[in-house]
Ligand binder design. Structure first.
Ligand code: FUB
Length: 397
């Protein structure tokens, strides 16, 4: 075992003078070698460590730059350090989403509104025609949690309606909510049925038959009297746009919603059918332009879809621009018969529509979904991306 106790310098000096010159030369050489090793060892060991540190820093910075363009997904993949930060931020900032479908059960043809500071959806109960004898409504404060209002309309309160209650459209005027509905799926002018009106003091109903008979009970211009959409124009006029069997008409409603006012040329129904139109008419007015939308294809199949046109007035002419909503084989099929909702006071637009779960063969299995709808900088509607996640929570005050 060697002794490492310190020695005094005098003893050390006499010890040095006691050794031979050869030994001294060897000793000097070996201590020179050791000195060199000390000098070079430090960089040799430190250099790789230093390089590794530089690489980590540069990679992390690159990841941060990428993240600012590409979002947290890029950042998560690029750097473990960033991944922690990103997960934390997502957890902190993300709101719950609506998910899709947003309503429980089988429903179709949803019309969405904001009434009395709540979101409302009025859909068709999707079932065999003889079971479609009522309508439910749904309300929400934030698009994610929905309250069901059962049987806001029931055929028991509409003596001429007995089945196929379809595609509600609703407007508020003068403290009344007017709910327009299709009933009976008439196939010709001898059958009783068509488009009726019911009204209530609250959006949750109960809605009672207003006219005691249908508002439109015949085929005009080939249009089956179903699938109505009612809206107020900028001059205060109210219009009904409607029609099945590949024809679409527009007519003007009178002030108390009890009848239709002839146009200047004496006609009551003007056909505005665009190319490809099948049913499910809907219209919005944005930046002075009338966006007319409709459903194409067959509602029982996967190809059901929504297309649109833009016109300078509610009468068009409407030239088909293209599809905005359709199936995505990875998400759902038969996406169609929609409505559009603008979050009041914002530029956020939502499309509310029905679609069919993947692999579903029952023609009535339709579910109500919501996704974002956006416009490009020229005002055209961007194709909707249908999702399973739906939209973020969007609370009303
Ligand atoms: O839901 C009944 C009918 O199916 C609607 O009237 C059509 O538009 C189609 O969605």
């Amino acid at each position: 075992m060697s002794d490492h106790r310190p020695v005094n310098s005098q003893a050390a000096a006499s010890a040095r003078t006691a050794v031979s010159p050869k030994v001294t030369r060897e000793t000097r050489a070996s201590s020179l070698f050791l000195e060199c090793c000390r000098c070079f060892a430090l960089p040799v060991v430190l250099l790789p460590l230093l390089s590794a540190w530089v690489v980590v820093c540069v990679t992390d910075r690159g990841a941060q730059v990428a993240a600012s363009y590409g979002g947290s997904q890029v950042r998560q993949l690029a750097s473990p350090r960033s991944r922690l930060g990103s997960l934390f931020r997502v957890g902190q900032n993300s709101s719950p989403r609506s998910g899709n479908p947003i309503l429980p059960g089988w429903y179709a043809d949803p019309e969405a509104h904001v009434f009395e500071n709540e979101y409302w959806i009025y859909p068709t109960y999707s079932a065999p025609y003889d079971q479609q004898v009522f309508m439910d409504a749904f309300s929400s404060k934030d698009l994610t949690t929905w309250t069901k209002h059962p049987r806001v309309l029931d055929v028991a309160d509409v003596h001429w309606a007995r089945r196929a209650l379809w595609a509600p459209s609703i407007i508020e005027k003068g403290g009344w909510y007017y709910l327009f509905f299709g009933a009976n799926d008439i196939q010709n002018d001898t059958q009783l049925g068509g488009i009726g009106v019911a009204r209530a003091r609250q959006p949750a109903g109960p809605f009672k038959d207003y006219l005691g008979k249908p508002l439109i009970d015949k085929f005009h211009n080939g249009a089956q009297p179903i699938d109505q959409f009612v809206f107020k124009d900028t001059d205060g006029s109210y219009y009904i746009v409607y029609g099945g069997w590949r024809h679409c008409n527009i007519a003007r409603l009178n002030a108390d919603m009890t009848g239709l006012i002839p146009f200047r040329d004496g006609t009551i129904f003007k056909e505005i059918t665009p190319n490809g139109y099948v049913e499910g008419a809907f219209m919005i007015l944005k930046d002075g332009k009338y966006y007319f939308m409709w459903s194409e294809g067959g509602w029982t199949g996967p190809d059901y879809a929504v297309a649109y046109a833009i016109g300078a007035s509610p009468f068009g002419p409407f030239h088909r621009i293209g599809k905005i909503l359709q199936q995505d084989p990875a998400v759902a099929t038969g996406a169609g018969h929609h409505s559009v909702l603008q979050r009041p006071g914002t530029n956020r637009w939502y499309i509310v529509y029905h679609r069919r779960p993947l692999g579903e063969t029952d023609r009535n299995h339709r579910v109500v979904c919501i996704d974002e709808m956006t416009f490009d900088d020229k005002g055209f509607i961007n194709p909707v991306v249908i999702t399973k996640e739906g939209v973020p929570r969007d609370p009303l005050p």
